[in-house]
Ligand binder design. Structure first.
Ligand code: COA
Length: 164
């Protein structure tokens, strides 16, 4: 399927209401997969943190003015970035998640991060294919009941040296 009607951009605090609505439209399964605990309601206070992660950023996907996905990126260390993804159920499987992840990865690389990590429940079969579809290579590691899918980013290219 195509994502040609979906566009991605940075999310801003002005998007909090629309991102809250996105979470309200998601199924309990999608919310549990995103937050790793049963969730019935995602409060606006949490959405603010997802939209503006501390020292990080977020990318949203929208179609016809409606937000259909969010990727939140927050640093865990100076070179490791945690990425949390959610795509509204009816848009899953159409390339939205991998497109947001690709955007985040490109940005992360430019900002000097060396690795991304996505945390997933052990039975979440969607994360590794999403990483692959984004053109990245993920290595799953089981840690404390969750799977950490670690993605190595290419080293940042240095500028060409000037001729002597
Ligand atoms: C994980 C998620 C963000 C992926 O977004 P998406 O828009 O569905 O992903 P894409 O359409 O880009 O598809 C990426 C790949 O994952 C596969 N995929 C998507 N959903 C899947 C599922 N439920 N089970 C197995 N594979 C799945 C797609 O088939 C595709 O693989 P392919 O290229 O081999 O066909 C989305 O499914 C989601 O929001 N899930 C609930 C929250 C979650 O699990 N977040 C991840 C933890 S942070």
């Amino acid at each position: 399927m195509t994502t040609s009607l979906v566009r991605t951009r940075y999310a801003t605090p002005l998007d909090v209401a629309a991102v809250t609505d996105l979470h309200a439209r998601c199924s309990p399964t999608t919310l549990r997969r995103r937050f790793h605990v049963p969730v019935t309601h995602v409060p606006e206070r949490l959405v603010r943190q997802l939209v503006s992660p501390r020292n990080g950023w977020s990318v949203l996907a929208e179609q016809c003015g409606e937000v259909v996905g969010l990727a939140s990126a927050g640093p865990l260390t100076a070179d490791l970035l945690e990425v949390g993804l959610i795509v509204e159920d009816r848009h899953q499987g159409s390339g939205v998640g991998s497109r947001m992840l690709r955007d985040v990865a490109r940005d992360a690389h430019e900002r000097g991060y060396r690795r991304l990590v996505c945390l997933a429940e052990p039975d979440n079969d969607a994360v590794l294919p999403t990483v692959r579809r984004a053109g990245l290579e993920g290595v799953p590691e089981h840690v404390d009941g969750v799977v950490e899918v670690v993605v190595a980013l290419p080293a940042r290219r240095r500028g060409l040296r000037r001729p002597a």
